[in-house]
Write a protein that binds this ligand. Structure first.
Ligand code: DP6
Length: 344
């Protein structure tokens, strides 16, 4: 749907709104593509809930082929509208995000949004990360805000903490502060890695990460240890990335992932995302690594296992996974995920 921009600006003026200079320079439509990411050192717990201020830092890999594409244009009426079938929760989350960023930038224009993921959503595959990153990038481009990377990252964080990392591709660090934002720390070209996503559950997960994180922080006796041991994992992962030390990155990432799941499992009531196939794959990956295959696993708030490997090992791992009962399918992607934006 295309709407004449002059009409929209005139309507804003008639509504008594004085658009900013940038707003007058805005585009008619903006389309952004952002990739999902997987954290090797996890963000699990918030220092402040409303703003998604992470309690800890995190390090992630951008997944080149798991993407959300979002188009924003002016709505014709005085409500935000969607071309896409979003469930109630996702729609409310997108609406409150749009309200918030409009307020921050003194924009009143209502928007029409079209969005699509090229991977299954709500199953622990980081759709909120790519979703809010794409929405932030499209918003920035539509209104010609020209935000710096750090501010785009902060904007995306308001939608979802992990989205702060998806405004960049490659290896990204989210630095905790009272207005946290992410920075890119290595490009995909510097250390080409593959990620095999082993899908073990296609149904939506029983509890979303936001709620699970809060419940964990409030009830798990291990949450304090999670916080106090986190800085060492950050240092170790970043060192491993700088030195391209795969073994060190493998050990640090698996340990950090298992610590995070230990806090979930010991929350009240317990949060157990794993399926039998999840555990089987963890064993398989560890056995492969012991016998010299460069691979390690990580698991976010869901049942899917993400296997990070050197590209030379991808085919062997895929072959081995075929024996796992309960494996629904695999998605293979390389490290990457630089966002793209087009306007008209
Ligand atoms: C396990 O970013 O989805 O994937 O900020 O509440 O939207 P909200 O949470 P979200 O949590 C991600 C949790 C994780 C770890 C990670 O990506 O770092």
């Amino acid at each position: 749907m295309r709407v004449d921009r002059r009409w929209c600006i005139l309507r804003s003026l008639l509504n008594g709104v004085v658009p900013t200079f940038n707003y007058l320079m805005s585009n008619s439509t903006a389309t952004a593509s952002a990739a999902a990411n997987i954290a090797l050192v996890k963000y699990w717990g918030k220092a402040s809930i409303g703003n998604n201020q992470p309690a800890t830092g995190s390090v992630s890999l951008g997944l080149e082929d798991l993407r959300t594409t979002t188009t924003l244009e002016y709505a014709t009426g005085n409500q935000d509208t969607f071309d896409t079938e979003l469930d109630d929760k996702a729609r409310k989350r997108a609406l409150s995000f749009l309200d918030r960023v409009r307020l921050n930038h003194q924009i009143t224009q209502r928007l029409h949004m079209t969005t699509a993921n090229n991977f299954p959503t709500g199953t622990g595959l980081a759709s909120s990360a790519s979703g809010f990153a794409a929405l932030s990038l499209a918003f920035n481009a539509l209104f010609n805000l020209k935000l710096a990377g750090s501010d785009l990252s902060r904007m995306a964080r308001l939608g979802s903490g992990s989205a702060a990392r998806s405004v960049y591709g490659g290896v990204v660090e989210l630095i905790p502060s009272d207005d946290a934002y992410a920075i890119p720390i290595a490009t995909a070209e510097e250390w080409p890695l593959d990620v095999i996503v082993a899908v073990t559950e296609e149904r939506p997960k029983a509890i979303g990460s936001t709620e699970a994180m809060i419940q964990t922080a409030n009830t798990s006796p291990f949450y304090r240890s999670w916080l106090s041991s986190h800085a060492d994992d950050m240092t170790s992962a970043k060192q491993a990335i700088t030195e391209k030390d795969f073994g060190k990155l493998a050990d640090t990432s698996e340990h950090n992932c298992l610590k995070m799941h230990a806090t979930m499992i010991t929350s009240e009531p317990p949060i157990i995302y794993w399926q039998p196939a999840t555990v089987e794959i963890m064993h398989e990956v560890r056995a492969l690594r012991s016998s010299g295959t460069p691979a390690f696993f990580t698991i976010d708030a869901g049942a899917q296992v993400k296997i990070v490997c050197l590209p030379s090992a991808t085919d062997t791992i895929r072959q081995q996974l075929k024996a796992i009962t309960g494996l629904k399918r695999v998605i293979v992607t390389r490290l990457g995920g630089s966002p793209s934006v087009t306007t008209s």
